[in-house]
Write a protein of this length. Structure first.
Length: 258
């Protein structure tokens, strides 16, 4: 067995939404496998803090950051221009940036639900298309989209969020088939509740937490590092024959029976 099958040494990876939570964990995981990591997010202060943290943890690693709101097309283009100017193409794209506003279906304004689609779905589609010329500079490259179990079943997250994630999963399948001949593998992960800043409010309600845990066979909340591990695996040469898949990182939630 070649140890390089389980390494990403020298590969260049772009992670969106990387200033906190799952995105930060993904950046750390990829660095641990030897990748050079570019992190994009809207929060400049958060990006600076993550960069310092990761540089201390991986003194021989390479971490660069770019402030960008990927829901804005002009900023998406500027982000990929920045990546292109580095001159190395791109080996890995992680579409992790996302957002939500939980309401009853009839309570969303048009701007609100369209905004959820813009950040969760349209940004990922456009970034993948803009990154395509950079990804094809390498014989083998990978895109991993961070979806959600809400794109597979109802989880009280609000209709637009679930709709956008379901569409992201389908986008993953379509691009995987279309771009396979170009050496680009496209996969997704679908997390259930993960312990992050975004979920802390809901999980602080003991009754709600009990409901979540009762529906989770493993009986606990997931950690960002557990999502990051699945994402990293889908980037590794070891997963070279896997494309078009969506791996649930859910403690068994989707397989729950009664």
């Amino acid at each position: 067995m070649s140890p390089q099958r389980w390494r990403l040494d020298g590969q260049l990876a772009l992670v969106t939404g990387g200033s906190a939570g799952i995105g930060r964990a993904i950046a750390r995981e990829l660095l641990g496998f030897g990748a050079r990591v570019l992190i994009a997010a809207r929060d400049g202060n958060g990006l600076d803090a993550v960069r310092v943290e990761l540089e201390e943890e991986f003194p021989n690693g390479e971490v660069r950051t770019c402030v960008a709101d990927v829901s804005d097309d002009e900023q998406r283009r500027e982000l990929l221009d920045w990546v292109e100017d580095l001159g190395d193409g791109l080996n890995i794209l992680i579409n992790n940036a996302g957002g939500n506003l939980t309401k009853a279906a009839n309570d969303y304004s048009e701007d609100e639900w369209r905004g959820i689609f813009e950040v969760n779905l349209f940004s990922a589609f456009e970034l993948a298309r803009y990154a395509y010329p950079l990804l094809t500079k390498h014989a083998a490259s990978a895109i991993v989209n961070v979806g959600s179990v809400s794109g597979i079943t109802h989880v009280r997250s609000g209709a637009p969020y679930g709709m956008s994630k379901a569409a992201m999963h389908q986008m993953t399948r379509n691009l995987a088939v279309e771009w396979a001949e170009d050496g680009i593998r496209v996969n997704a992960v679908a997390p259930w509740y993960i312990r992050t800043r975004r979920t802390s409010g809901k999980l602080a309600d003991p009754d709600y937490l009990d409901d979540v845990l009762l529906r989770t066979p493993m009986g606990r909340i997931g950690e960002p590092e557990e999502v990051a591990a699945a994402v990293a695996f889908l980037c590794l040469p070891a997963s070279s024959y896997i494309t078009g898949e969506c791996i649930a990182v859910d403690g068994g939630f989707l397989r729950y029976g009664f």
